[in-house]
Design a protein around this ligand. Structure first.
Ligand code: GTP
Ligand code: MG
Length: 195
């Protein structure tokens, strides 16, 4: 897809703040610090559109990025970040859950996991949940620059087995740092958007 325009339209916490223009949306979910915001920036060829940070817990609202006045990419707060208070974690959980369970124009939800690690219990719960809603056809394995190519298959197997992925579901490795895997991810996204 040729990106003509990309802009942040809204940082929302409650449904009444979500954009109401009905454009198709693809949402990115995953643990804090896994690289959701970086992935969106890389896809859009923008360095600082979505704010990123080396300390987890950067994204605290649902951020809607409008592309070509036609589609949204939606950046969600990360889960599993131990250093925020229990109350705050519960409130992020609610923000994520409300969005995912109520959004009519949501076309796909992509789970991001770190290619180096076994998916956590939270990742498993999230994946089960998005599968239940008919999403989760693609899992993005982030930070692929952090392991040698020779280890990738082993990590894919671990991710696949831990999440109990179906054979037809795909894992796409990407590196925002090295700009690898981005074309493949764009191809998959384009399919979702025009579905
Ligand atoms: P929250 O907003 O806290 O949920 O985090 P997030 O999932 O949006 O992660 P973010 O994009 O802010 O990235 C977290 C850290 O990982 C930053 O220091 C990024 O620079 C780093 N990072 C993201 N993608 C990559 C990658 O492909 N390779 C490497 N080496 N680092 C990455
Ligand atoms: Mg973020």
């Amino acid at each position: 897809m040729k990106i003509k325009t990309s802009e942040i339209v809204m940082s929302a916490v409650s449904p009444k703040q979500y954009p109401d223009d009905g454009f198709p949306e693809v949402a990115f979910v995953g643990r804090s610090n896994v690289g959701k915001s970086s992935t969106i920036n890389t896809l859009l060829g923008r360095k600082k559109l979505a704010r990123i940070s080396s300390s987890p817990g950067k994204t605290r609202t649902i951020n809607f990025y409008l592309i070509n006045q036609e589609y949204y990419m939606v950046d969600l707060p990360g889960y599993g970040y131990a250093k925020v208070s229990k109350d705050e974690r519960a409130s992020w959980g609610k923000i994520i859950e409300t969005y995912l369970s109520s959004r009519d124009n949501l076309y796909e939800v992509m789970l991001l996991v770190d290619i180096r690690h076994e998916p956590t219990k939270d990742d498993q719960l999230m994946y089960d949940w998005i599968k239940h809603y008919g999403f989760g056809k693609i899992v993005i394995a982030t930070k692929s620059d952090k392991i040698p190519r020779s280890q990738m298959q082993k990590q894919f197997k671990l991710i696949r087995e831990t999440l109990k992925m179906a054979p037809e579901d795909k894992i796409l490795p990407i590196s925002s740092l090295k700009k690898q895997g981005i074309d493949e991810l764009w191809k998959a996204l384009t399919d979702f958007f025009i579905e």
